[in-house]
Design a protein around this ligand. Structure first.
Ligand SMILES: NC(=O)N[C@H]1NC(=O)NC1=O
Ligand SMILES: [Zn+2]
Ligand SMILES: [Zn+2]
Length: 446
């Protein structure tokens, strides 16, 4: 057998375990895994390194067109690649206009094909404005429909009311596509925010108190009920509490097709960090106290969380600067650090098995969004992988996202991404990118 490239001597993290094998690649795909492979024009020396499947980040906001100044395909995909990602799924907001129609799909697709270093899929929006567009969006190739159950922060992407969410799920079930929900109760968040502001409250703790865990649980429960009644596949994004994960598990046992995502920031930072760091750690749902975080980790370790996505959502510095914490943009720049958090906080500190790191960051999102060639280092898959020096400790200073108001700056992690390969091509190594690599659009396999 002949190969274009052999990746030699790495510890390969496969779904079945970690094995020291060579990887033979041809035509951008993995064509052999075996001992002492021979017959390639070129070799990558992976001795002393772990080979992880390229991260499939199912939750990023790169905001093109319209808000490229917040974050765009060029800088966003650099940050992702430096963190070991090879595939990402872009949210329908905060691009402007948001992706609510086929026309916007075609527009964003063209921009991605021009600029993205990595393969990508596109979420379509599910809002009261575009229920009649979902069939067209499915036809265009969206990987799922994203709905906000509370204020998105942008008027052009209104939250769903209950009937819209229910009807949208009925349509999505017919189309065979996943519905992703930002599950926070609008009634709770709106009222608690109004009350706090009316009382002149504007601090970090006031903001955190305006979005308690019950806010999440109430919306999660409602989304699960509608998924149960409609048969829709539900993906609960950015769950911030173990209690919400447990609720999803209960409904899964009742037959709901549900998967759950959490984000690196809920695993790495707490409410105290928001007080210390400020605006860079404002997000919704907000960061939680240590005991809630510990409980979330327990659910991750028990294998009850399906995916970890970054929810990378930067904004320009002027939107992250105010004396009023309520007025700041909510969104965290985290595209580069998902694997770091899972390896350091998960594997090294809490014993999370490497196969589970790979499942959370790559295999499960690829499965959920029906990307059969992604998410695994296995024969027949795309040659998408990250080379990782598992035991190296380093301080993260070299960040590549647009604004770099990044809460992970200066954090120390054990487990460093050395290089990232997309379909056999090296996109990133040691701070340097091959800017000539271009990703392609991925649609869900039918
Ligand atoms: N619009 C947007 O990016 N919102 C994200 N930011 C955040 O903190 N939570 C979100 O859902
Ligand atoms: Zn959200
Ligand atoms: Zn998001």
């Amino acid at each position: 057998m002949s190969f274009d490239v052999i990746v030699r001597g790495g510890q390969v993290v496969t779904p079945d375990g970690v094995r020291r094998v060579d990887i033979g690649m041809a035509g951008g795909q993995i064509v052999a895994l075996g001992e002492e492979l021979t017959g390639a024009g070129a070799e990558v020396d992976a001795r002393g390194l772990h080979v992880f499947p390229g991260v499939v980040d199912a939750h990023v906001h790169l905001n093109e067109p319209g808000r490229t100044d917040w974050e765009g395909f060029e800088t966003g995909t650099r940050a992702l690649a430096a963190g070991g990602a090879t595939t990402f799924l872009d949210m329908p907001l905060n691009s402007s206009p948001p992706l609510l129609t086929r026309e916007r799909f075609d527009e964003k697709r063209a921009l991605g094909e021009q600029k993205s270093l990595l393969d990508f899929g596109l979420w379509g929006g599910l809002t009261p404005l575009n229920l009649d567009q979902l069939d067209d969006l499915a036809d265009a190739g969206v990987i799922g429909f994203k709905a906000f159950m509370s204020n998105s922060g942008l008027d052009e992407f209104p939250a769903v009311d209950d009937v819209t969410l229910y009807e949208g799920m009925r349509i999505a079930a017919r189309l065979g596509l996943v519905v992703g929900t930002h599950a926070e109760s609008d009634d709770f968040t709106r009222r608690l925010t109004q009350t706090a502001r009316a009382e002149g409250k504007s601090g970090v703790r006031d903001y955190l108190a305006s979005r308690p865990v019950v806010t999440e649980l109430e919306a999660v429960q409602r989304a699960l009920l509608y998924a149960h009644e409609t048969g829709a596949a539900l993906h609960l994004v950015h769950l911030s509490s173990g209690a919400a994960v447990a609720l999803a598990a209960e409904w899964r046992a009742r037959g709901v097709d549900v998967t759950v995502e959490t984000c690196p920031h809920y695993l790495h930072f707490t409410d105290d960090d928001v007080e210390r760091v400020g605006a860079a750690l404002k997000c919704a749902p907000p960061l939680r106290p240590k005991d809630v975080q510990d409980d979330l980790w327990r659910h991750v370790l028990a294998g009850e969380v399906d995916t970890v996505g970054s929810d990378h959502s930067p904004a320009p510095p002027d939107m992250k600067t105010s004396d009023d914490f309520f007025a700041l943009w909510g969104g965290i720049s985290g595209a580069q650090s998902t694997l770091n958090v899972l390896l350091d906080g998960g594997h090294h500190r809490r014993g999370l098995p490497l196969e589970l790191v790979a499942a959370l960051s790559a295999l499960a999102p690829a499965r959920r969004f029906r990307l059969p060639n992604k998410g695994r280092v296995e024969v027949g898959c795309d040659a998408d992988f990250a080379l990782v020096r598992l035991d190296e400790s380093f301080t993260l200073t070299d960040l590549h996202d647009r604004w770099q108001q990044n809460p992970y700056r200066g954090e120390t992690f054990r487990g460093r991404v050395v290089a990232t390969y997309l379909r056999g091509r090296k996109v990133y190594e040691d701070g340097v990118f091959d800017g000539s690599v271009r990703g392609k659009l991925l649609k869900p396999d039918s």
